[in-house]
Every structure is written in C-alpha cells, then in structure tokens.
Design a protein around this ligand. Structure first.
Ligand code: SF4
Length: 453
C-alpha cells in the first residue's frame, strides 16, 4: 500500500486571517477520500493532515506516514507556502510525488508551475486526483498524467459520493464558524449565475452554474452529526423553487439543524415570506454581499443591486432575527467622509457583523489587469493578498491611516455594549470570549500594519 497524504497548510503568519474566528472542515479533501476510485482502494491509503489544527511540522508527518504522494490544497495566499512545502517534501525524499489542488490552481494553474510540484490538479479536481493515482499505479510518466488532466473538459454537473466526514475524526470537533460551534460544511451548488466584476467564485467554474438535487442534499444532511451546518454555496439563495423545495424537504424530514448560507440581497428583498419559512426550519444566518453604500460602486462592480435593495434585505433579516453577516468592499478612493457615511449607514440599518475588505483585485478576476498600475504590494507576496491587506494605493490618505479607519470602523460597528450584551444573551459567555480573543488577534495584526506602514 502507498500512503497518500492530503495536506491543508496553515496560512502564512502575515496573512490577516479569519482563521482566528473560524476553522472549517477541509471539504475538498474529504471528497477526495470518499471518491477514491474502487480500482485503487487496495493500492492507496489516504490520510488527511490539517495543519490549521495540527501544529506539528510537515517533516514530522512525512516521517510518520512515509507517503508516496503528497497533495496540497490552498487558496491564492498559500501559493508560496505550497511551493516551500513541496521543496521540503522533495528534500525529504525526492521520489515522493507532489501535487496541488484547490480553488486557486483551478483558476490560475500557472502560479504553481514549479520544479518541486509534479502535478497540478487544476481541472475537475476529484477526477484529476484519480487520474494521478491510476497513472502512478500504471507507471505512466508524470508528463503524460499532467497532459491527460489538462485535456479534460470542465464538468458541468456534480455526481460524486458524499464527502467522508469520518476520516478526520480527531479534528472534527474543532471545526467551527464564529458562533456556530461545532459546525459542518455542505456544498449544494457550484459557481454563481451572476458576474460581479471583483468576484473569484464564478471564475472557478468558468462561468458555469450547476446544482445538486435537493434529494441528494437532504440525504447528505441526514448523515451529518453536527446541528450547525454552513452551506458553502457561492450563492444558495438563487432559485425560489429550489429554496422552497429545500424548506419543504427539511419539514418533511423533521430535520433539526441551524443553517448559515450565502445569499444575495435582491433575493431576500424579493422573497420575505420564503425567508420567514426558511427561518422556521432553521435559518440562523445569511452572509450577504452588501459591498457598498455608494450606488456608483454597486454599478461599477456589476452587482445588479441597489442601496435600497440592501436596506430592505437587512431589515427583513433583522425582523426575522436572522443574523446578517455583511461583507463590504472598501474602495481606495474612500475619504474620511466616506468612512463616516458608511458607519452612519451601518448603524442606521442595525448591521452588527461586518467584514470590511479593502478592494483587492485577485489574480484570475476580470479586474486584475485594470488595477496593476495601482499595486502597492508585490503580487508575488501572495500571503498579503488576503482581502484584508491594503494592496492598492489609497487615493486620499496614507496606508497607515486607511488601516486605522478600517479597524476603528470594525470596533464602532461590532463592539458597542448593546450589541455585545445581545450576543452574550443569544450565544452565551464562553463563545463570546472565544470570539473576543480571536478578533483581538486580528486587531493586533492590523495594529502591526499601522505601525509598520
Ligand atoms: S459576488 Fe456573489 S453574487 Fe456576485 S458573482 Fe460572486 S458569488 Fe455571485
């Protein structure tokens, strides 16, 4: 038997991360495990190493498992780290085959062209993984394996086995998302039918959007032990019929779960009754891309929403007591008044959970080349391209001041005593202390940025 070690690396220390307030299960690796081709089961043993939770050095895992193959997964911020790790693997044992999968390689495979990375699983990751293992079993050359992977056409349906959630048993209880603890992940659709200019999500499926059947989703949900479930679709609130079908199925199965989903403001504003029905069967939170309180920004992002629609959506969620986790993009032409206006708007609409992201043109998105002239961080220092660092030159203030205003706004929106008391009442003391510690760590990273400039 050959051991195959599947590694999720910890983010680089400079990456300002949500890792302090959430650690989600590595769903993509669990899918690889459950979809290992039957013909390969006697040949390979798959092991997940989650370095977000396991602090041991990579070499310890290599010594322990003696793998023949090591596969890494990661985002754009992991590119350099994965290259370093692959080099480490090769110096440990040059005969180990290294491979990389994950969302970044799917969109920008060239970023992983490197002498220490043998194979890029950049198309149909699960199929590509099986092609790699099959090819190695049959002594096919690495170049031929890569050529076969490259030649695939992109899937536009998802018909794989449900992820193997037992494989990472020792880590399992530690996966959480903010106040949802423990929390499982499920993915029910792929891609997004919208085309917001800044968004990486629709690039992953090359603009395709496809869904799993609700029957299949429900059968997977039935096997999930955690009560809290985070539906990690790019946009779960898309089809009224499908959401209705989902709600009806949950009712029929008498399922007792708490859900967190991504959804668009226009859907929430259009279907308030549907949202109320969803709340009745367990909807706890919606992550909404509010993006901006300036109409001109919403237009330039091709968001197809308006400030009024955003306000309606937030009011509906507030009325239903469904948490609204708002993500907002801070463009680099923000001045002091814009920050003040944003604070006033967030307070007026009673938004308390915000994710403030300085505009970051990610490699692979349509807007990347448009902003190259404004870069103030080297795009090769990928660990800084985390949607929290300021990578474009602010127009009306220094970088330090821009960091300061973002941090100040976070505190003004998230930390008012009234909001904290509500959170303690709703979620209890211990989870709030955990969140406080996590957010203090993020704040510290911002403060370091402000000091260093
Ligand atoms: S931002 Fe949201 S709605 Fe827009 S393309 Fe991305 S996932 Fe779709």
């Amino acid at each position: 038997m050959t051991n195959v070690v599947l590694v999720r690396p910890k983010p680089h220390k400079d990456t300002i991360g949500l890792k302090h307030v959430m650690i989600c299960e590595p769903l993509e690796l669990e899918y690889l495990v459950s979809n290992l081709d039957r013909s390969l089961k006697d040949e390979y043993t798959l092991i997940i190493v989650d370095m977000l939770l396991d602090n041991r050095k990579l070499v310890k895992h290599l010594k322990r498992h003696k793998p023949g193959i090591v596969v890494f997964t990661g985002y754009n911020t992991h590119v350099n780290l994965i290259k370093e790790f692959s080099k480490e693997v090769k110096s440990f044992d040059p005969t180990i085959v290294t491979a990389v999968g994950g969302v970044h390689v799917e969109v920008v495979p060239d970023d992983f062209k490197n002498q220490y990375i043998d194979v890029r699983l950049w198309k149909n990751g699960i199929d590509a993984f099986n092609m790699l293992l099959k090819g190695l079993k049959e002594n096919t050359s690495i170049d031929t394996i890569q050529f076969t992977i490259d030649r695939q056409t992109l899937n536009d349906s998802f018909t794989y086995n449900h992820p193997d959630r037992e494989i990472n048993g020792p880590y399992r209880k530690q996966y959480y998302y903010m106040f949802h603890n423990p929390c499982a992940l499920i993915k029910t659709s792929f891609g997004c039918p919208f085309k917001c200019s800044f968004c990486f999500c629709h690039e992953i499926t090359s603009g395709h959007y496809y869904e799993r059947t609700i029957e299949d989703v429900i059968s997977e949900l039935k096997a999930i032990k955690e009560k809290d479930v985070y539906i990690v679709d790019d946009n779960f609130l898309f089809s009224e019929d499908r959401v209705r079908k989902f709600i009806d199925a949950l009712k029929k199965e008498k399922m007792d779960k708490n859900f967190l989903v991504y959804g668009r403001a226009d859907f929430i504003a259009k279907y308030p009754l549907l949202m109320a029905d969803f709340k009745a069967v367990g909807l706890h939170g919606v992550i909404v891309g509010i993006e901006s309180v300036r109409e001109k920004d919403l237009q330039s992002y091709d968001k197809l929403t308006t400030v009024k629609i955003n306000e309606e959506a937030i009011a509906i969620l507030n009325k239903l007591d469904v948490e609204c986790y708002s993500t907002l993009i801070i463009p680099l032409d923000f001045d002091k008044k814009d920050f003040k206006d944003l604070k006033t708007w967030l307070r007026k609409t009673s938004v308390n959970f915000v994710n403030l992201q300085p505009l970051t043109p990610l490699k692979g998105t349509g807007i990347y080349s448009e902003y190259i002239k404004d870069f103030i961080e080297d795009p090769n220092e990928v660990e800084l391209w985390d949607m929290a660092h300021i990578v474009l030159k602010p127009k009306y203030m220094s970088k330090r001041l821009f960091y300061y205003r973002i941090l100040k706004l976070y505190y003004e929106i998230v930390m008012p005593p009234k909001h904290l008391i509500r959170l303690v009442k709703k979620f209890g003391v211990a989870p709030n202390i955990k969140m406080l510690i996590g957010s203090s760590r993020v704040s510290l990273q911002y403060i370091i940025k402000m000091i260093r400039g």
